[in-house]
Design a protein around this ligand. Structure first.
Ligand code: ATP
Ligand code: MG
Length: 480
């Protein structure tokens, strides 16, 4: 522990400059590190040698200390790249790169939920059994519910979903007016489920992040409109991530209600079986289909084709199921209490992250939806002692000028300072981690005018660009 003499920012600052980052170049236009000032500080350069990625690119398949069974590609790639580390069954350490990616995903989700009027809240994970007994789900949930007792012997559970908790909140707002509806409350928190078979890494955990939104409306009609707008927001979210997602009719399970859809990413390891019509928009989870016929029940002419899918989202129209039990009401236009119509809408946040890696990656390397890649750019200076050694200075300058001229890439550029390694070895590592852009600073950087080799992971293209060309390309990278 450090003595608390300096203000926090100063301690953080000194820690950065004790070797985590590149020393700032004397001719740079940035603030002098010797006289730090919070407002004048520039972004430090992130050095690959100092990034905390414990499994740092080792072949996990050969590491006996990680004796967790590899059940799918995303789990293997994420463990190999030091993105996650297994803890106890169904629970993982999310390491820095994963947390960065998660934070970006959360920002995209926030944008989409707030665009349709969602307001973010945060509810307790430790939930009283009384609420669950009231809804009768205390027994219905069976072994999936993590149950515990407090020191007074009162029963609790760790929230697997929050219909009871949020409806109780609304029930306590005695003066909620129809003018405030629709009300859409959501949270992004850890959920706990004692899954019988946690597997596939982050795809099926026992502790995972979910975005759960709950809607309250004045009428059935209004609730259907809200339901529709959330489904559209989900479609928009997956489009922004560049993920192909199908919306299928689904079973309402023990959440209950009248109408339900799942959002599925088609993938071989998916645990859900889907039927998708080749001619119209019809698609459904096999569980919901009563007939074995392969003819489409909607257009009658198309044939249903089966595929497997990973469920990344689930929407339910609940009606008055919970609002009736907990008396969640609002005062209507006649100033009379009226029971609200509800919907609930889940997105598996950690599951989306792993599912995206599952469907986009090759066997050798991770490919991210560009928007949520942990870092956008990796700069590779030449090997120490190689012919192009002097280009190392150009590489350092490049990193500083990227940070200075492209504000949206602040904190997004890493510098692979492991110059004892060949470019080839470091390129292989970069390819496994899937930085959207890898810049090799070699012999070309010493020529006049200097050129840089740029690899775009998403398209597999390699380009030789001038510095201006490079700034132009990276200036167009979308970040969140
Ligand atoms: P599944 O059928 O896969 O068990 P579910 O239908 O029980 O999921 P919901 O209650 O609909 O899940 O939860 C909302 C979302 O949370 C799901 O669509 C999924 O993306 C995510 N999710 C559910 N269970 C898990 C889990 N064990 N690990 C990671 N994400 C999960
Ligand atoms: Mg579901």
């Amino acid at each position: 522990m450090e003595p608390a003499i300096y203000p926090v920012w100063q301690r953080v600052f000194h820690r950065f400059y004790r070797g985590l980052t590149l020393p700032k170049r004397s001719h740079s236009s940035c603030a002098d590190p010797a006289t730090p000032s919070p407002s004048r500080r520039s972004q430090p350069t992130l050095l690959v040698s100092r990034l905390y990625q414990p499994a740092n690119l080792r072949d996990v398949g050969q590491d006996s200390r990680l004796s967790v069974e590899m059940t799918c590609k995303s789990q293997r790639l994420m463990q190999q790249a030091g993105l996650i580390h297994p803890s106890n069954p169904g629970c993982y350490y999310y390491l820095p790169a994963t947390v960065r990616s998660m934070e970006k995903l959360v920002r995209v989700i926030d944008q989409e939920m707030q665009a349709i009027g969602g307001q973010k809240i945060d509810m307790p994970s430790l939930c009283s059994a009384d609420l669950w007994k009231t809804s009768e789900r205390w027994d219905l949930m069976g072994k999936e519910l993590f149950r515990l007792k407090d020191r007074h012997d009162a029963d609790y559970c760790l929230g697997p979903t929050h219909e009871e908790v949020v409806t109780t909140l609304i029930a306590h707002q005695a003066n909620l007016s129809y003018k405030q509806l629709p009300l859409l409350l959501y949270q992004i928190t850890r959920k706990f489920r004692d899954e019988p078979k946690p597997k596939f890494g982050l795809l099926r955990g026992r502790e995972f992040y979910m975005k759960d939104m709950y809607s309250f409306d004045v009428s059935e009609e209004a609730a259907y409109q809200t339901y529709e707008s959330v489904c559209q927001a989900y479609t928009q979210l997956f489009a922004r991530l560049g993920l192909r997602c199908v919306q299928v009719q689904a079973d309402t399970g023990n959440i209950g209600g009248k109408l339900s859809h799942e959002f599925q990413l088609p993938a071989d390891i998916g645990e859900d079986r889907l039927l998708v019509c080749g001619s119209c928009s019809f698609s459904a989870n096999v569980e919901t289909m009563s007939s074995d016929s392969s003819a489409c029940p909607q257009c009658k002419t198309g044939t249903l084709v089966e595929s497997k899918g990973i469920e990344v989202g689930h929407t339910f129209y609940l009606g008055k199921k919970y609002s009736h039990i907990f008396k969640a009401s609002f005062s209507n236009a006649q100033n009379k209490p009226s029971i609200a119509e509800m919907g609930c809408f889940g997105l598996g946040v950690t599951r989306i992250l792993a599912a995206a890696i599952e469907v986009m990656s090759t066997e050798e390397g991770i490919r991210w939806p560009g928007l949520i890649a942990p870092y956008q750019v990796c700069v590779l200076p030449p090997k120490k002692g190689s012919k192009a050694d002097e280009a190392g200075v150009v590489a350092e300058e490049l990193v500083h000028s990227l940070g200075n001229t492209l504000p949206h890439l602040r904190g997004e550029v890493v510098f692979d300072d492991r110059t004892q390694m060949t470019i080839g070895k470091r390129l292989k590592d970069a390819s496994r981690l899937g930085y959207p852009y890898v810049i090799v600073v070699g012999q070309g950087a010493l020529e006049d005018p200097p050129t840089f080799e740029v690899m775009c992971q998403q398209t597999g293209e390699t380009m030789f660009l001038s510095k201006d060309g490079l700034l132009d390309l990276l200036g167009r990278v979308e970040t969140v």
